[in-house]
Write a protein that binds this ligand. Structure first.
Ligand SMILES: CC(C)(COP(=O)(O)OP(=O)(O)OC[C@H]1O[C@@H](n2cnc3c(N)ncnc32)[C@H](O)[C@@H]1OP(=O)(O)O)[C@@H](O)C(=O)NCCC(=O)NCCS
Length: 186
C-alpha cells in the first residue's frame, strides 16, 4: 500500500480534514446541537452522543484512515473553531484499489440550507478526482431526502437508479428506497 491520503482541503467557507484525537468535545457539540435534523436520515444519530462516545468514534476513524480502510473527514469552519459537519470517502464498495468511494455528509442544522453541502461536495469531487485515486464517486440517499438529492444533483451527479426497499428505513419501522447518484473521473 503506497497511497498516502491527503489530509486537508479548504473551500471558501470550510476546512475539510481528517479528525484528530482529542476532538471528541467538538464533535459531540455539533451532533447534539443537530440531533433532530440528523435523526430521520442518519442511523448513528438516533440518540445524543456524549464526549466519550464522540472521542471513541474519532479514534476509530483515525485508525481506519491510517489503515486506508475508510476516510472520514471533519468539516470545520474556516477558523477551525466550530464543527460544521462531517463527510468522508467511504470504501463501501471495495478496497482502495477498486477506486470507488461513497461520499457521505451531514451539515449542522443551524447552518443548513446555506449552500455549504453543495460547496463541500463540489470541492470533494474535484479533490477526489485529482489528489485521490477515485475513478467513481457515489452518493446514496433515501429517495425522500430531498435536500440530499438536491446537493448531489446540483453538483452534477447522475441518478443511476433507485433500489426499492433495499434498506431498513431510519424513520419508522419499514424499508426505504435508495437513490444512487454517481460521477466518473472525467
Ligand atoms: C443533506 C445536507 C447534507 C445538505 O446540506 P446543506 O448545507 O443543507 O445543503 P445546501 O444548502 O448546499 O443545499 C440544500 C439544497 O436542498 C434544498 N432543500 C432543502 N430542504 C429541502 C426539502 N425539504 N425539499 C426540497 N429541497 C430541499 C435547498 O433548497 C438547497 O437547494 P438549492 O440550493 O437549489 O436551493 C444537510 O441538510 C444534512 O445534514 N441533512 C441531514 C443529514 C443527511 O440527510 N445527510 C445526507 C445523507 S445521504
Amino acid at each position: 500500500m503506497s497511497f498516502v491520503a491527503p489530509e486537508r482541503l479548504e473551500t471558501e467557507r470550510l476546512v475539510l480534514r481528517s479528525w484528530r484525537v482529542g476532538e471528541g468535545a467538538a464533535l459531540s457539540e455539533a451532533v447534539n446541537a443537530s440531533i433532530d435534523h440528523l435523526r430521520p436520515w442518519m442511523p448513528w444519530a438516533q440518540q445524543p452522543q456524549d464526549v466519550a462516545r464522540s472521542e471513541e468514534v474519532i479514534r476509530g476513524s483515525v485508525a481506519r484512515w491510517l489503515l486506508a480502510q475508510d476516510f472520514v473527514l471533519a468539516v470545520w469552519d474556516r477558523d477551525e473553531a466550530r464543527v460544521i459537519g462531517g463527510s468522508g470517502f467511504h470504501l463501501r464498495h471495495g478496497a482502495l484499489e477498486l477506486g470507488i468511494a461513497e461520499i457521505g455528509m451531514w451539515i449542522r442544522s443551524d447552518v443548513a440550507g446555506q449552500g455549504l453541502g453543495q460547496e463541500a461536495l463540489h470541492a470533494l469531487t474535484r479533490w477526489g478526482f485529482s489528489a485521490w485515486p477515485w475513478r467513481r464517486l457515489v452518493w446514496r440517499c433515501d429517495v425522500d431526502n430531498h435536500a440530499s438529492r438536491r446537493v448531489a444533483e446540483a453538483c452534477g451527479y447522475h441518478l443511476e437508479g433507485i433500489a426499492r426497499q433495499d434498506q431498513r428505513a431510519v424513520r419508522g419501522g419499514g424499508y426505504r428506497d435508495t437513490a444512487t447518484y454517481a460521477l466518473l473521473r472525467p
